[in-house]
Design a protein around this ligand. Sequence first.
Ligand code: ATR
Length: 281
Amino acid sequence: MEINSNTKLYGLIGHPVEHSLSPLIHNYAFKSLNLNCVYTVFDVLPEKLEDAVNGVKSLGIKGVNVTVPHKEKIIKYLDVVSEEALKIGAVNTVVNEEGILKGYNTDVYGFIDSLTEVGKKIEGRKAVVLGAGGASKAVCVALALKGIDSIIIANRSVERAKDLSEYIKKEFKIQCDYCSINEVKELPEIDILVNTTSVGMYPNTEDSPADEKVVLKAKFVYDLIYNPFETALLKHAKKNGIKYSNGLSMLVNQANYSFKLWTGGFFDKNLVYRYLKEGIT
Ligand code: ATR
């Protein structure tokens, strides 16, 4: 489809943004559905966020995704924010409806779908979540919504783990404990181990947020990282025959919910997976 005066513009607001896969996903999806839309990235420094949001409005940009470090701070500049996004305290998708900016969070349902894809039952299970930042919050909310029995949040900064665990307990009335990330090795058994920290991400691909002994206690390991596809943590799981999954599915699923908010319909997930796997490897 040729870019012309009817082309609708979408994008990603973040800093940094140059390694994002979102333009690949959305532009491929627009093309495959013959939609006259384009998705690009906007590298926005923290002090320019308000200007950028005003720019979205004044230029008539139809929608944006929001990533680190703006997900929380953007809320105060939006006109309407969904209940979920308010609950998580973070927005990752903005829809510009004729000048009214509406904020949503599609990370929670993106994560739920990615667990469903690998046939993971969540009800009644015990999860250990590594990390206590924004991504961890979305994962914990998703697990709680899907009926997890209990969560242990393990983080380098114990104070942050404590705050998040108190929030989850209060909001969802489930058992949610916390510990230092170094204490995970003392836990007896783990049904689902989720890494939400940036440890192991390119270029530090040798690093792992938990060692092999910890992974051995897990029945399933999910790493939110997708660059590399197989982190050191996932290699531990693979080596020991433990089921695992990387963050590509959450990325694609959350993108699909954003796509639906913008266009009214979903894209074909399997086509997009195939395209990404061929394109990246
Ligand atoms: P996000 O929105 O992606 O979750 P974030 O809020 O910056 O980003 O959180 C990053 C997470 O990775 C945090 O849990 C952080 O631990 P701290 O809260 O102690 O900072 C974790 N993290 C980042 N680098 C780490 C490292 N080298 N070792 C252990 N944890 C790390």
